[in-house]
Design a protein around this ligand. Structure first.
Ligand code: FE
Length: 129
């Protein structure tokens, strides 16, 4: 896959301030008041920074957390999972393989068949219906 590499200045110019804060500075948006937490439309969720196809609505489910949640990515090589020891917690951070942008975290309390909960930020995603 072709990598997308941009300078911090370029990202800052291209993204909204909230998207930049989450995608490039590993921020977290507020629960329940974000765009896709309750979305039921069918389609593909792309990376809001580079357009990489990340998740299908087929694996989206209501986790009641206030963030869009999926039990699997579109394919294993679409996202990269990194150990995150920030904020006094040990979590698994999920980033876009193509551009390295922060998407959210993945937890082990998801539904079958994977048991995984990919807890994403809406602002990191674009739904293509
Ligand atoms: Fe990306």
């Amino acid at each position: 896959m072709d990598q997308v590499v941009k300078t911090d200045e370029e990202w800052k110019k291209e993204l909204s301030s909230e998207a930049y804060r989450v995608l490039r500075q590993k921020g977290t948006e507020r629960p329940f008041v974000n765009k896709y937490h309750d979305a039921k439309e069918e389609g593909i969720y792309e990376c809001a920074a580079c357009g990489n196809d990340l998740f299908s609505s087929d694996t989206k489910y209501d986790s009641h957390t206030g963030w869009p949640s999926f039990w699997a990515p579109l394919a294993k090589d679409k996202v990269k999972v990194i150990l995150d020891k920030s904020q006094g917690m040990i979590r698994e951070e999920v980033v876009c393989v193509r551009c390295g942008s922060h998407l959210g975290h993945v937890f082990n309390d998801g539904p079958k068949p994977t048991g995984r909960r990919y807890c994403m930020n809406s602002v990191s995603l674009d739904l293509i219906k």
